[in-house]
Write a protein that binds this ligand. Structure first.
Ligand code: SF4
Length: 253
């Protein structure tokens, strides 16, 4: 049984709608280009990355020891991860990610984050993952400080989040990232609000997977916000660059 099939039909995205939203994705930069992208102040390094995170407030961290070992698992999404290349391609980004890992709670209070434009949501771990409880504690403290905004964190290391449950503020939410391509995570953590999985176009088309991620978070927003009823339990994305193949397989191109 594919677990996402338990979700109400109303939570499913029709392929026609997916196609339309993917076409709109091209417009994001044009739309946001007219907006002055926000400028954050404070000790946290906020991403200015393009791609999926373009225009979305997000913080990243370096890879962890677990990332290294998962990279060697056949069929794991970690084999497609670009984080390993970040330090070589963008050394300054690698340094900034390390600064986020080195932050202390005192740093957050001495030089607090100020959002210069209103955005009620932000993401943690656009790159890397939680290494230990300290990383989680930093995000939870940020949630307390930016209390009007909801954080969505991506992690494969839910056991670390579980250990911090007693500190967890209401505006901290968790997306558990499935390890394997074409396989919903079997052990869903009690700390998890949503499950994120990546699929090949062939598997998605054959198995009627509800592809509902368009790879442009600022435009989409399905993984963000404090209204959990509007956030689908299962978020499913195609492997990057395979959208055309998917629609061909569905006979839509
Ligand atoms: S489904 Fe989630 S991860 Fe995908 S684009 Fe939308 S908000 Fe971003």
């Amino acid at each position: 049984m594919i677990p996402e099939m338990d979700e109400p039909r109303s939570m499913r995205m029709k392929p026609e709608q997916l196609k339309k939203e993917l076409e709109m994705r091209k417009e994001v930069k044009k739309i946001l280009g007219k907006e002055k992208l926000f400028l954050e102040k404070g000790c946290v390094h906020w991403s200015k990355m393009s791609g999926k995170m373009y225009g979305k407030r997000s913080i990243g961290r370096p890879m962890t020891d677990r990332c290294e070992s998962r990279h060697n698992i056949d069929g794991a999404i970690c084999q497609k991860c670009y984080a390993a290349r970040i330090n070589q391609v963008y050394p300054s980004v690698g340094n900034a990610l390390q600064r986020n890992r080195d932050l202390t709670i005192e740093d957050l209070h001495d030089d607090p984050t100020i959002f210069t434009s209103i955005d009620p949501t932000w993401r943690s771990n656009w790159n890397g993952d939680y290494q230990d409880e300290h990383d989680v504690r930093i995000d939870m403290e940020l949630c307390r400080m930016i209390d009007y905004a909801t954080c969505t964190t991506w992690t494969k290391n839910c056991d670390i989040v579980e250990r911090m449950d007693s500190y967890r503020p209401k505006n901290y939410t968790v997306v558990q990232s499935s390890l394997m391509i074409n396989q919903f995570e079997e052990e869903v953590s009690s700390s998890t609000d949503q499950v994120f999985t990546v699929f090949t176009p062939e598997y998605a088309a054959e198995n009627d997977i509800n592809i509902n991620c368009i790879g442009a978070c600022r435009l989409c927003g399905r993984c963000y916000g404090d209204n959990m009823r509007k956030r689908p339990r299962y978020i499913n994305e195609l492997l990057k660059g395979t959208e055309k193949k998917y629609f061909e397989l569905l006979g839509m191109l």
